[in-house]
Ligand binder design. Structure first.
Ligand code: PEP
Ligand code: MG
Length: 612
């Protein structure tokens, strides 16, 4: 039997069918994965489809097949080790841990022995054995509906392709990428190791059918500053080599075969973007203060420790949220030492500014292998976040010890996610005390650390006055708070219009949190995506929020918004809005009052177009 590796390689971007190739203009909207505007020539990355034959071999040929497979493992390991080295130089050690994982997978006894067994016991040829064994694992991971598992499947497909190439005479799969300038790579799916083989400036952008903002590819494209749009579903089938394509990584749009008008608009938008960027940079050291003197703290959200090296360039005066679970994506349960070094990097880079590190928020759409439950019917409301940490004290205490040890500068703040009861808060604080006691007993002198609670579950808002008495700060996780308050899955594209940050229930919850916090004299931050929307920024400031934390780029645009408003004015607007009974009325009111002002700020290249 011969097969064209349907399972492991069917992610491959196939060359579009000649008959269906048209040069018609096509506009697609996907997930903005890495900001920036680019235009270029389509270079479809069509991973080769391997032809695999199912053979049953005589005993005499088995040794040669076994050798072929073992040689392929060794060749692939060398290839990956080389890529790892290049990657470490270009993107840093932390962002290159994925390749260490690939090397580990290549030594995984389950996989290696699985293939050897098929050769030795079933008398199968090496390629077929690899195809069947890897295919089964990939299938298994793909069936689990989670970005983390899909990433694992993608890692395995990457290795599958490399192994098959190594057993094939015609060379590695992805060596076809040209040195030609101005290309935009298009594929059904990219794999991280491929991205790392690109030379700096080699490609203008990447676009793909699959993926979202939390995939390894999205993380790496942001780290490498390559504009990217993912989740386009069928872009790979719609393009042909040599097509012109425009990529808008800020709005997640692509245009295939743009017309003259699109190209003119693209050039205008790109020029405007550059102009806006230059102008924003000139004001990055200015104070984020309203015209009537109200100071709003602007912090950055980061997912990779090395991002801390750059946030001050954007004018952020601290980290408002480090999502520590991303460390656990790269390596299942990192050791205390590994965690300490990652946290220390951020804390030392940011010194003397404060750094809020959120303890492990695994689960939901952030499954961490070896930690998270995988078959939950409602993962967002399942065994996740602080619930996992309180049940798995071994993991939690290790993380807390690492955090406390890394805090040599004294600028650490610990943030507890998904708190929904006083019992959880108290148990989590008891764990912090336990980790501290252990370290002090070992002779460490530790600075005092502020502890805060995320407010992202409606139950937390209902007891916010009680929580306020036992924490040092609040951070409103509006992404989850909106999701849970409105019962709208934040990842479900069918109901995105129902995900309403300006719903009266949400605004009222934010306001209640602010009032309770200020009564106890503690500050309130917002670290959800609301902070990147100009209208929401006005409302949040008006509602009395003290700190806003967002993707580093947005710090500059938000600063510009804040410097253009009067606190008195937005406070009156927020109080008016609190009386309204639906999100539509709120939006209409805000647009009437502020759309013109925001349009005139000259930040549309970053925040998208403000509707009139
Ligand atoms: C939030 O829920 O708003 C938040 C900041 O956390 P995450 O997006 O990681 O759930
Ligand atoms: Mg959250």
């Amino acid at each position: 039997m011969t097969t064209s590796t349907k399972n492991p390689a069917d992610f491959v971007a196939k060359a579009p069918d000649e008959a269906s190739r048209k040069s018609a203009r096509i506009e697609l909207v996907g997930v903005p994965s890495s900001p920036g505007f680019a235009m270029g020539t389509v270079f479809p990355v069509a991973n080769r489809e391997f032809s695999v034959v199912d053979e049953t071999l005589p005993e005499s040929r088995l040794a040669a097949e076994e050798q072929m497979f073992l040689k392929a493992i060794s060749k692939t390991s060398k290839e990956i080790a080389q890529i790892k080295e290049i990657s470490e130089t270009r993107a840093g050690i932390k962002d290159s841990l994925i390749f260490a994982t690939h090397l580990m997978i290549l030594q995984d006894p389950g996989l290696v022995n699985g293939v050897l067994d098929k050769i030795r016991k079933k008398h199968k040829n090496a390629k077929w054995a690899v195809h069947v064994v890897f295919g089964a694992y990939i299938d298994k991971f793909e069936k689990i509906d989670s970005p983390a598992m899909r990433d694992k499947a993608a890692d395995l497909r990457d290795l599958y392709n490399r192994l098959m190439s190594a057993m094939d005479d015609s060379g590695p799969v992805l060596e076809d990428v040209t040195d030609e300038e101005g290309i935009v790579l298009v594929a059904h799916e990219f794999v991280p190791s491929f991205l790392m083989t690109l030379k700096p400036g080699q490609v203008n952008a990447i676009v793909m059918d699959t993926g979202g903002r939390t995939s390894h590819v999205a993380i790496l494209s942001r780290a490498l500053q390559i504009p990217a749009v993912s989740g386009l579903r069928n872009v790979a089938a719609l393009v042909k080599s040599g097509d012109t394509i425009i990529v808008d990584g800020a709005d997640g749009k692509v245009i295939i075969n743009p017309n003259e008008d699109d190209i003119r608009k693209f050039h205008e938008r790109q020029e405007m973007f550059e102009r806006q960027r230059r102008e924003l940079f000139t004001m990055r050291q200015l104070e984020p203060m309203t015209r009537d003197g109200k100071y709003i703290v602007l912090h950055a959200n980061i997912e990779i420790p090395t991002e801390a090296d750059k946030v001050a360039d954007f004018g952020a005066t601290g980290i408002g949220l480090y999502r520590s679970e991303f460390l656990f994506f790269k390596k299942d349960t990192p050791t205390e030492k590994e965690q300490e070094s990652a946290y220390r990097h951020i804390l030392e880079k940011m010194d003397p500014y404060p750094v809020v590190i959120r303890t492990l928020d695994a689960g939901g759409d952030k499954l961490v292998s070896g930690v998270s439950a995988v078959n939950e019917s409602n993962p967002f409301m399942g065994w996740r976040s602080i619930r996992v940490c309180l049940d798995r004290e071994d993991i939690f205490i290790t993380q807390l010890r690492a955090l406390l040890l890394a805090n040599t500068k004294g600028n650490l703040r610990i943030l507890l996610p998904m708190i929904s009861s006083m019992t959880e808060l108290r148990r989590a604080k008891a764990c912090i005390a336990k980790a501290r006691k252990q370290l002090e007993d070992e002779g460490h002198k530790l600075p005092v650390v502020k502890v805060g609670s995320m407010i992202e579950v409606p139950a937390a808002v209902m007891i916010v006055d009680k929580l306020a008495k036992e924490v040092d700060f609040f951070s409103l996780g509006t992404n989850d708070l909106i999701q849970f308050t409105l019962a709208v899955d934040r990842t479900n594209e069918l109901i995105t219009d129902m995900f309403q940050p300006h719903h009266p229930a949400v605004l009222s919850m934010i306001y209640q949190t602010v009032v309770a916090a200020h009564r106890e004299g503690i500050p309130v931050a917002v670290c959800g995506e609301m902070c990147t929307d100009p209208m929401s920024v006005l409302l949040l400031v008006g509602l009395g929020v003290d700190e806003l934390s967002m993707t580093p780029w947005s710090v500059m645009t938000t600063k510009k918004i804040i410097r253009s408003i009067n606190f008195e004015d937005v406070r009156d607007a927020a109080l008016t809005v609190l009386q309204m009974d639906d999100a539509e009325s709120v939006n209409e009111f805000l647009h009437k009052k502020y759309a013109q002002t925001i349009m005139e700020l000259g930040i549309s290249g970053f925040v998208g177009q403000v509707e009139k």
